[in-house]
Design a protein around this ligand. Structure first.
Ligand code: AVJ
Length: 342
């Protein structure tokens, strides 16, 4: 059992012009490339691949299709909770607040909040993809002409410098989709602490967290009858072949989604149905029969483990809502006031 693969979050691929605020120094990029990450992951034992690379153009479309699957309850249930509780969330946030979304993936969910927060002063979506950000911002400005939309191009895993316009406003952070579950606890706590630094004293965080439930229900959500999730997982191998000159034999890789009870998470793997050698960017690798490449973790929580994780990250749970079937939860947490021991 391992902690890998690397943590990641999705963002859509949209081609567009860009003028978002940036927290990047454009030419000082030391971030590892796709090739670097793939080489490192395939050299590791056990083999892993970072899930952030799922989201090329096709992968992003497959993810959107996953969200509509009958087995994939997460999107539907979270949206329902938001619809039911948006008014209450708005009252808690107070008038004239700024909504700050981390990894502005699903604009459907942010729109629910934007519409429920009539006195919303500002919406700041944070995303690493400038193209996606600008397209989202342009559409939101068309749909909500009175809303101040201030996109921030940044990696939200690190503390982000928020735009001037946000200073002095009450802040509500938004991190939906149980994306926090894609991180191992150590990384999740780092992220929560960095959100705490970004949003600052007195802020609130609205976060979606999936719940531990019947293993069959969990495994079906990540291994649907129509094979969409299998295609999503296998698309990573296809992408490696296409972009890195890989020779992974797709017909000898099988999608596997299984519950790991020790870590309380669904793991996705690509499993070799027979042994084979392959190449990626000129490097040789092999898989033996039954060996897997670990591609994603989706941690699930109970109410106590949610609280512990949030508290460890400097957020005090204040309000929690479940859907009517108790499958998913949406939590409002308050920026924890620092105080002395105990
Ligand atoms: C959007 C990353 C939260 O882990 O449930 C869906 C991604 N992977 N089906 C999740 C995903 C397989 C999803 N996240």
């Amino acid at each position: 059992m391992t902690d890998s693969p690397n943590d990641a979050r999705p963002h859509r691929l949209v081609i567009h012009q860009s003028h978002a605020q940036s927290n990047h120094s454009p030419h000082a990029s030391s971030a590892p490339s796709f090739a670097d990450d793939v080489r490192a992951g395939l050299t590791a034992k056990p083999k892993t691949l970072p899930p952030k690379y799922f989201y090329d153009a096709l992968g992003s479309q497959l993810f959107e299709a996953i969200c509509l699957l009958p087995e994939y309850y997460l999107t539907r249930t979270e949206t329902r909770i938001l619809q039911q509780r948006a008014g209450e969330i708005g009252r808690r946030a107070g008038p004239g607040c700024a909504l700050v979304e981390f990894g502005s993936g699903s604009s459907v969910k942010s729109r629910l909040l934007i519409e429920a927060l009539p006195e919303l002063a500002l919406y700041a979506p944070i995303d690493i993809s400038r193209e996606h950000l600008d397209a989202t911002a342009a559409q939101l400005r068309r749909d909500y002409p009175k809303l101040n939309v201030v996109p921030v191009c940044a990696d939200f895993m690190k503390p982000v410098r928020l735009p001037e316009a946000v200073a002095g406003l009450p802040k509500l952070g938004f991190f939906p989709g149980s994306t926090i579950g894609n991180m191992v606890a150590r990384t999740a706590v780092d992220l929560l602490r960095s959100m705490r630094a970004t949003l600052g004293e007195g802020s609130q965080l609205l976060i979606g967290m999936d719940l531990i439930k019947d293993v069959a229900v969990l495994e079906a959500a990540y291994d649907d009858a129509q094979g969409v999730t299998a295609a999503f997982n296998l698309n990573l191998a296809r992408r490696i072949n296409r972009e890195l000159g890989g020779t992974l034999p797709l017909d000898r890789l099988r999608h596997v989604a299984r519950w790991n009870d020790t870590y309380a998470r669904i793991e996705m793997h690509l499993e070799a149905t027979e042994a084979f050698d392959f190449e990626v960017s000129g490097c040789r690798f092999s898989l033996h029969r039954g060996e897997t490449i670990h591609t994603e973790n989706s941690h699930k929580f109970d109410l106590r483990s949610q609280n512990t994780l949030l508290l460890a990250g400097g957020w005090t749970p204040a309000r929690r809502w479940l859907d009517s079937e108790g499958r998913f939860s949406l939590i409002v947490a308050d920026w924890t006031i620092p105080r002395g021991a105990p």
